[in-house]
Design a protein around this ligand. Structure first.
Ligand code: F6R
Length: 242
């Protein structure tokens, strides 16, 4: 794993933006894997800026998001589809039909998972996958104990994950208990992976990811076995690995 050391959140976001733009500029039909949460917001701001400065076009870009809460519709401000529309898609020239987020309100969530996985397979590959790091080592919403050979599936969210994400909701009771997430094997098939890590609360999980054993008890540890992973970590997140 290649670790890029940056000073702070803004530098992390700029670096991630330039790595992503390399792919968008060099692939004829780029396929991006995207994440939500607090960590990639700065990356998306930077991408919008580059688009507004006419430095990039997203006309031929396709995106697949990692996950979505079960029960939240696309117009729910806490849904990940809403987040992506607001934070990125509506500000750039990506074609709506080329952006993919699992549906949280599909009648049959298991079928939705199969269909989503199928779409990813039809796209042939994800050129670059952006990941954030969960405090318990989750990637996507693959919680500890998830099989490394999992494909897109429905998960029960850990209490710790629901607590960590409660900040976006009115109360913890409003945080959904289930989500649809790309599986670990699906994520690992991406040609390249960028993991963004910022802030002191990520220092412990980052150290376990880098130095710990590869185990399903800590899903992010699987990244040690991928041939093309770049971690971009700021100073506050690196205190236990430097
Ligand atoms: C989001 C996702 C999650 C987050 C992780 C970190 O789509 O899949 O794995 O990346 O929970 O979240 P933040 O960035 O809010 O600390």
């Amino acid at each position: 794993m290649n670790i890029i050391k940056v000073k702070d959140y803004e530098e992390m976001s700029q670096k991630a933006c330039s790595l992503l733009l390399d792919v968008v500029e060099n692939e004829r039909k780029p396929v991006l894997g995207l994440a939500t949460g607090s960590t990639p917001e700065g990356l998306y701001r930077n991408l919008i800026e580059k688009y507004e400065q006419h430095e990039v076009t997203f006309e031929d870009t396709t995106t697949f998001n990692l996950d979505e809460y079960v029960g939240l519709a696309k117009d729910d401000p806490n849904s990940y589809r809403y987040f992506m529309n607001e934070k990125l898609f509506k500000h750039i020239n990506i074609q709506d039909e080329n952006t993919h987020v699992p549906s949280g309100v599909a009648e049959d969530p298991k079928q939705e998972c199969k269909d989503y996985e199928q779409l990813i397979q039809e796209a042939d590959r994800i050129d670059i996958q952006i990941l954030g790091l969960g405090l318990n080592g989750h990637i996507g919403f693959n919680e500890p104990g998830t099989s490394f050979s999992s494909r897109t599936h429905v998960v029960e969210l850990d209490e710790s994950t629901r607590n960590a994400n409660a900040r976006f909701f009115d109360s913890i009771d409003d945080v959904p208990t289930q989500a649809i997430t790309m599986g670990i094997e699906t994520i690992m098939e991406s040609k390249s992976i960028i993991l963004l890590v910022s802030g002191a609360n990520k220092a412990e999980p980052l150290a376990r990811l880098v130095h710990g054993e590869v185990s399903e008890d800590f899903p992010a540890s699987i990244l040690q076995t991928h041939g093309n992973v770049t971690i971009i970590a700021d100073e506050a997140a690196r205190t236990k690995i430097d």
